[in-house]
Write a protein that binds this ligand. Structure first.
Ligand code: GAL
Length: 669
């Protein structure tokens, strides 16, 4: 495989030269060099320029841009341009348009208006991919192929008739027979028994709640359908280009839940993703860190590419705050700390027209004479100095299990509480560990867990026997396993495991729950421990749990209400490890204390001791280790570290000083 340039953290972003007159291109190249840009993603939304009418191609402008970039030593991540069809295509073939759950057509005029199952759209997209791959496969600027763009961002799920046919085929492959489908979907309920495949429809708008397994399978189908499309594009590329890495940019920001990236990741030569800070979140910086740990998990622990993020404001929130001064550098380093070896932005030059004209960019509307562009140049230079970090991995002794199928099922219709949110359950534990300087790998339940001292299993509502057994094996082999509420309840068909919750983990934990007692949105319940343990408040969830094993000890109990005296936190030694169970969502202080005890028992130390609001992560390779210290507060701080700080360029020790909203990357030793 042709190597991606690795002497520096790659730095660049989406380049859309077709939005600008020719004279601006020369200016672009001059500024790219000033900013230290080493790669651009080209052609993502260029179909209407490359094929202005059916079968008529115009590559002259792209040839010129590719040549210019090659001359200036800038690597190109070249898109297949299939993310959005040109108007002539949707006008000629309106059957490719997606349809929403209410049966409304989603018309062209925006982007990604195509049905994921449309064979016609696929043929036309593959024809364009073929042209592009044939033309540029040996171009000196080409360093990576960028297939489509953010699959599923706007066009999944689609409920059209084409999808109905494709869904039936997918179901036939999954179940083999209608009997098996009827069994899996539990169609004995509400007279839903199917007697012919043609009777099965997408889960369109209906009178009341849809069948949950039907809805779950539609999520699986959507992810599989687009993955198949990705594979087809990749295959076309491979016919012309065998040695250039192929990727598609994921959206691993935790609000996006439509694709099962655990299936997608093995198909990427390099895992790449996009991340934008969402202002409405209670803990946006912690979400950014979670995203990095999840993306690294998808990449199997290896470095990954941040394909897009923003220098400052985005355009798609009701109010789009600018990043504070130095916010661009700090966010970027937070991604590198968690394994990113490339820093890409949307986009190079801020548009002057179109719906993204107020989205920030590397070159803002104000031009090069601006604080933001000066910060961009500073970051580009720093990315060069960080070259020695490239290829290193991230230290983590804690695994946090993350599963898209469990999340789909939990978000399904008619659950005990719509207030139980998968992302919140996982983020809360992750954030409190991060606050304590402890880094997690966020990984699929099928991952080899043997090297982790702690395994957190947050609200894994749906779990296979195999994955539950792997969690148990990790505990028996010596890990501290923390399972939290509403885990292990259902099988992969979303059938409840009988005999008491948390079904699949009941025996491991030595706990049996007879009934759920979800808490109302504002409701809290007092929790108390034995005299020596602090109490606190539980939110969101509670349940009627009893210990069933003699060695399962209750460390916290409900102190009021119908469950008074029942355990809320239990601990049970199992062979070489310990199985912990948490039946509610405690307040941060209490949960933080629980985690501290667990970490101490498991022998997990933080990357460094740091004041509140200061993030610490360590990357390591055979050559050495680097401590990232990211100060998100408005006050300067010091953290114990000795070595060379790649940010300030100074030798430091025994502490590294870090300015307010500043960062240090200390090569240790
Ligand atoms: C991404 C997309 C980019 C741009 C960006 C704006 O979803 O890939 O093309 O739209 O968001 O934040």
């Amino acid at each position: 495989m042709r190597p991606w340039p690795s002497d520096r953290v790659a730095f660049g972003g989406d380049y859309n030269p077709e939005q600008w007159p020719r004279a601006t291109w020369d200016e672009d190249l001059r500024l790219m060099r000033a900013a230290g840009v080493s790669f651009v993603t080209l052609g993502v939304f260029s179909w209407s320029w490359l094929e202005p009418s059916k079968g008529e191609y115009d590559f002259a402008w792209l040839d010129e841009v590719m040549d210019l970039l090659a001359e200036h030593g800038i690597a190109v991540d070249l898109a297949t341009a299939t993310a959005t069809p040109p108007p002539w295509l949707s006008a000629a073939y309106p059957e490719i348009l997606p349809v929403d759950r209410e049966g409304r057509t989603l018309w062209p005029g925006s982007r990604q208006a195509w049905c994921p199952s449309s064979p016609l759209y696929r043929d036309l997209a593959l024809a364009l991919t073929d042209r592009i791959a044939a033309r540029y496969h040996d171009h000196p600027a080409l360093a990576m192929w960028h297939v489509s763009n953010e699959y599923a961002c706007h066009n999944l799920p689609c409920y059209c008739d084409t999808c109905a046919v494709a869904f039936r085929r997918w179901l036939e492959r999954r179940y083999g027979s209608l009997d098996a489908l009827n069994e899996a979907w539990g169609t004995a309920f509400w007279s839903q028994r199917y007697s012919a495949w043609d009777e099965v429809l997408p889960p369109r708008i209906t009178t009341t709640f849809s069948n949950p397994t039907h809805v779950l399978d539609y999520s699986r189908f959507g992810s599989d359908t687009l993955l198949d499309f990705y594979r087809a594009e990749k295959e076309v590329i491979r016919r012309h280009s065998s040695d250039v890495p192929v990727t598609t940019n994921f959206m691993t920001l935790s609000q996006f839940r439509l694709l099962d990236y655990h299936d997608w990741a093995p198909e990427q030569d390099v895992v790449s993703t996009d991340h934008y800070v969402v202002d409405s979140l209670a803990h946006p910086q912690a979400e950014l860190s979670f995203h990095g740990d999840l993306t690294r998990g998808l990449a199997g622990g290896r470095p990954w590419m941040l394909m897009e993020h923003s220098t400052s404001a985005v355009n798609w929130q009701p109010v789009n705050p600018a990043k504070p001064p130095r916010g661009t550098v700090l966010d970027s380093l937070a991604h590198v700390a968690r394994g990113a070896d490339a820093l890409g932005f949307f986009q190079w030059r801020q548009s002057r027209a179109g719906s993204e004209k107020f989205h920030s960019a590397l070159v803002p509307h104000a031009g090069e004479d601006s604080d933001r562009f000066r910060e961009v140049c500073e970051l580009g230079a720093l990315a060069g100095r960080l070259g020695e970090v490239v290829g290193s991995t991230v230290d983590a002794e804690v695994a946090l299990l993350w599963d898209y199928e469990a999340q789909w099922a939990l978000a399904g219709p008619c659950m005990p509480s719509a207030a139980v949110d998968y992302v919140t359950a996982a983020h809360t534990v992750h954030r409190l560990l991060r606050d304590r300087g402890v880094t997690c790998d966020v990984v699929h339940p099928g991952t080899d867990l043997s090297r982790y001292r702690v395994v957190v299993v947050p609200t894994l509502y749906l779990v296979s026997d195999e994955h539950a057994a792997a969690v148990e094996a990790a505990a028996r082999a010596g890990a501290h396993v923390l399972v939290t509420y509403l885990s292990g309840v259902a099988t992969p068909d979303d059938h409840v495991r009988l005999g008491g919750y948390p079904g699949a983990f009941r025996d491991l934990l030595g706990v049996r729950v007879e009934e759920f007692f979800p808490l109302r949105v504002e409701e809290e319940v007092a929790l108390a421990g034995p005299a020596s343990t602090a109490g606190g408040r539980g939110r969101t969830w509670s349940e009627d749990a009893r210990t069933t094993a003699e060695d399962a000890e209750a460390l916290l109990a409900y102190a009021e209400g119908p469950l008074a005296g029942r355990p809320a936190l239990t601990r049970r030694p199992v062979e070489d490890g310990v199985a912990w169970y948490l039946g509610t969502l405690p307040d941060d202080d209490l949960l933080g204390g629980v985690l501290e005890r667990l970490l101490t028992e498991a022998g997990v130390a933080p990357a460094a001791r740091a004041p509140a609001g200061v993030e610490v992560v360590r990357r390591r390779s055979q050559e050495g280790s680097w401590l990232f210290v990211l100060n998100h507060t408005g006050t300067a701080c010091e953290v114990a570290a000795a070595g060379h700080d790649l940010v300030s360029g100074r030798e430091v020790g025994p502490v590294v000083p870090v300015p307010a909203r500043g960062a240090a990357v200390v090569r240790e030793g």
